[in-house]
Design a protein around this ligand. Sequence first.
Ligand SMILES: [Zn+2]
Ligand SMILES: [Zn+2]
Length: 388
Amino acid sequence: MEIEDLKVEAKDHVELQRHQLIQLSLNIHDNPELGFEEEKASAWLTGYLEDSGFNVEQGIASLATAFRATYGQGSPRIALLAEYDALPKIGHGCGHNIIAASAVGAAVASKSVIDQLGGSVVVLGTPGEEVFGGKIDIMKSGAFKEIDVAMMVHPNILNMVTVQTLACSSLDVEFFGRAAHAAAQPYEGINALDAMILAFTSINSLRQHIKTEARIHGTITDGGEAPNVVPAHSAAVFLIRALDDDYLTELKDKVINCFTGASVASGARLEYRWRDRDYAPMKNNATLAGLFKQNLESLGRHVEDFDSRFGFGSTDMGNVSQVTPSIHPTIAVAPPGLFIHTQEFASAVVSEAGHEGLMDAAKAMSMTVVDILQPEMLDRIKQEFQSG
Ligand SMILES: [Zn+2]
Ligand SMILES: [Zn+2]
């Protein structure tokens, strides 16, 4: 079959699943589960893939809600990544229900292409994207060593085939002071909350002098128990982000200096720990992005270039993109002015536009699978990856 006929067939096979894919998306959306607790979502997704003839392994990389579902054999091995975790209180304000449903839809639609051209399509269920970096665990388990290409589509307000994301480190910090009666013997106390507030103030001062795209933000998770007791303990979680790893390292030292200074000033002892799940910046594979762009445009969508005014986030897909040729395109499901991680966006991802975004994302991915399986295409993708 000619390439264009194969693409028409792949698109048709996505369309045939319309009802089931929208139902999967709605089920995940209506039952939001936090990172690493996505039991229902992973059961629904693996059930659908198993019924569609995929070989499913549940609980890979020692993560109960991670999975691998494979169809076909041998190389090229094309991974479609599904995320399905939600946000506290906002539910699916990041629209991961669309990421999950479009990945499985594209994979199932790719079956007949795989039957005709060989290779395999692998759905990797990657839990806990929002905070835990589940893909980092899956990488450490070696699951990406056998993958040739990886892609996923994230809902947003514009259609874009390449995105810039920030390197990101998470910091747990605590101050240990001494409790005392806050009115009777305050001079006996060492105020751990004051230490934390001092650190926040220092970081606010630092913020004027950091590079434009860098970000430092945190929340206090323990600020004491009672107003009449000098807080003996305080705790916070911070995220530090930068465009590249070098500046991130520089910034991390400066942030620790703020906490150290607050410790000296207050007398409270500082303890901190960097979590070992740093998010890497996204390395976009332009060859792969170009293929995806043509396919998305053929569906009647206008594709925009990435614009820094659009804002930067971080994703553990960045880590994947450092070891495997990858793309992380976005699909428009809501009008400009609406932003992800909001209640409004959580509604948009199950609107008519949300469903169309899911269908087009699945179609464009399945058509891109056809492209990747053409002679020498994988070599071109890999050559670009190795040279950059
Ligand atoms: Zn998010
Ligand atoms: Zn997201």
